[in-house]
Design a protein around this ligand. Structure first.
Ligand SMILES: Cc1cc2nc3c(=O)[nH]c(=O)nc-3n(C[C@H](O)[C@H](O)[C@H](O)COP(=O)(O)OP(=O)(O)OC[C@H]3O[C@@H](n4cnc5c(N)ncnc54)[C@H](O)[C@@H]3O)c2cc1C
Length: 308
């Protein structure tokens, strides 16, 4: 049986930032669904995050890590154990700085949007591919997030992380670590920050204009007025998931409050108080329909966590 979360442990965890019992995860995910985290802990910095990991490891309680919650489907019955929030809505706002060799260090909790703006102010470009991708840098690294314009691996040189026992470590990034929406790292690694190499911009006004154009384009093509987690499925080799879903006749298909977007069929949108169960049932329905129709397997890009 699992160890209980004692009041003594809660006190020690709360001292690292804040600790919220039975915190609804619908408040911390862009899908706006998900039951309560048994205890959500928001550390106030990297040292405090390491202390949380160490305390939770010693207490032998399951640990779940979340960033901005923009690629997560949390079950309706919530997340048992401790949920460590490295999102931007916690006490740790995150900082960025130029290193002596011209690279950039940024905390994992920095939102991508803030990172892009800061880089532009520093006269750096190359983070354009992040424009319009929600969430924080830590989640972006774990997912090797990106678009056809680039992915995190293209600009990453070093990852700072905490191992599952709470020890702080540093890892030099190699290209082979990165895969399509996945980064190979030590199991249980909690990313606290990273070093990025970005080129100096020869024309910062054009760089800013390019980012505005990307945001406009995404705004026109993505159903941003509804809660979602972006693209639900990875693109199978040689295919576009949205096209397969569209051709399977699933545009606008609905289960409960969850719907296949009419604007972008690889988005599932929460149109009317969806439950995580609605979203998951719709994901399964889409996957099964596409498989029956085209004999092509769709694999979720969205990560599911907690109890459904
Ligand atoms: C409207 C919309 C558009 C999107 N467009 C894109 C797109 O164009 N390209 C793309 O790649 N993605 C896209 N996404 C998906 C999502 O924004 C990205 O995957 C994003 O990088 C996730 O970051 P996050 O901080 O929200 O991570 P979360 O969703 O919180 O977590 C994602 C995973 O990372 C882990 N994790 C998070 N932070 C840490 C950490 N510090 N240490 C260890 N593990 C951690 C979590 O456990 C989870 O497994 C989109 C989402 C939305 C809602």
């Amino acid at each position: 049986m699992r160890n209980p979360i004692t009041s003594e442990l809660i006190e020690k965890l709360a001292a690292q930032g804040c600790a919220l019992a039975n915190e609804p995860m619908s408040r911390h995910t862009t899908f706006k669904v998900g039951g309560p985290a048994e205890l959500l802990v928001c550390p106030s910095g990297p040292r405090q995050a390491a202390a949380v990991v160490s305390l939770v490891n010693e207490a032998r309680i399951p640990l779940t890590v979340i960033g901005g919650g923009s690629n997560l489907l949390v079950g309706d019955r919530g997340i048992p154990g401790i949920t460590l929030s490295l999102g931007h809505d916690g006490a740790w706002k995150g900082e960025m700085r130029r290193c002596a060799d011209g690279t950039v260090y940024a905390d994992a909790t920095v939102p991508k949007e803030r990172f892009i703006d800061w880089c532009l102010d520093e006269g750096l470009e190359g983070a354009d591919f992040m424009a319009g991708i929600p969430g924080c840098l830590g989640g972006g690294i774990v997912m090797n997030a990106g678009t056809f314009m680039g992915n995190f691996i293209d600009i990453l040189t070093r990852i700072e992380y905490i191992d599952r026992k709470g020890a702080s470590k540093s890892l030099e990034v190699r290209r082979e670590m990165a895969h399509y929406r996945r980064m190979d790292m030590e199991e249980g690694a909690v990313i606290t920050g990273a070093v990025f190499r970005l080129p100096e911009s020869a024309d910062i006004r054009s760089a800013r204009a390019r980012i505005r154009a990307i945001l406009d384009d995404r705004g026109a093509k993505h159903p941003l007025q509804y809660p979602s987690a972006g693209s639900v499925f990875k693109n199978p080799d040689g295919h576009s998931s949205w096209k397969l879903i569209d051709e399977a006749g699933l545009k606008g298909y609905r289960i409960g409050g969850a719907m296949v977007s009419e604007l972008h069929t690889n988005f599932i949108v929460n149109v009317d108080g969806a439950s995580a169960g609605d979203v998951r049932a719709l994901i399964e329905h889409v996957r099964d329909t596409v498989s029956r129709r085209f004999s092509i397997a769709l694999h979720p890009e969205v990560r599911m966590t907690g109890e459904f």
